[in-house]
Design a protein around this ligand. Sequence first.
Ligand SMILES: Nc1ccn([C@@H]2O[C@H](COP(=O)(O)OP(=O)(O)OP(=O)(O)O)[C@@H](O)[C@H]2O)c(=O)n1
Ligand SMILES: C[C@](O)(CO)[C@H](O)COP(=O)(O)O
Length: 248
Amino acid sequence: MSDPSRPIRTAAVIPAAGRGVRLGPGAPKALRALGGTPMLVHAVRAMAASRAVSLVVVVAPPDGAAEVRHLLNEHPLADLTDLVVVPGGETRQESVRLGLAALPEAVDVVLVHDAARPLVPVDTVDSVIAAVRAGAPAVVPALPLADTVKQVEPQPQGTPEPVVGTPERARLRAVQTPQGFDRETLLKAHDTVVEGEGATDDAGLAERLGAPVVVVPGHEEAFKVTRPLDLVLAEAVLVRRRAIDGYV
Ligand SMILES: Nc1ccn([C@@H]2O[C@H](COP(=O)(O)OP(=O)(O)OP(=O)(O)O)[C@@H](O)[C@H]2O)c(=O)n1
Ligand SMILES: C[C@](O)(CO)[C@H](O)COP(=O)(O)O
């Protein structure tokens, strides 16, 4: 936990090294345009919009750190005081671990935020930070599900999959980012949990350590741009924001 005698410094690590295979052919997903601006720039601005965040570590595609640094230099990034760019890895978990290695000692609270969630509102970011500062070692923003979920027995492609269960929907949440952690918990989780043990998010690593993880309300606009239709929705959200409040 944080030492109360030291000032809390909050940093955000943005994994942006993914290829974006599900979005279709093109540049790495984080570098593709959303409303004329790279998705990554929106994501960095979303973190910088929080007054608490003073450092952003961007994890670039493995061979693209110089290009990403150049691109970020070309865009205004609000009041961000510190920006670091490091090369990423083959998996999201490896990319986050490489980003964490760049954090200075003074950082107490760490957010991990997907570049692929460019439109998360600042209120969501702030409520995650507030929950960590209030003492929760791991915090995730999440929303209730709209669909019923079935658990199946996976089969070869083309074979119908038998249903083996229907989890109670009211107890399920769809998890977003930024996920917030006290530094010690997150570093220990990444040091301890081996890649491939099935954790698809950072809180999942903390859970495997036995750390308590809590959920705060997420936001519909924090959705992940994964498939082509998500990009259509993101463009529409951006048009609405620009019309309503002059968002850039
Ligand atoms: N080796 C990787 C893989 C993913 N990510 C990042 O993790 C976030 C969430 O991943 P996802 O949306 O699944 O992105 P991709 O891995 O790029 O998508 P796909 O699986 O379609 O290729 C993204 O910001 C992505 O850039 C990363 O930093 N390093
Ligand atoms: C971290 C995450 O965005 C939480 O929903 C998600 O688990 C990333 O998963 P992906 O399959 O790498 O997109």
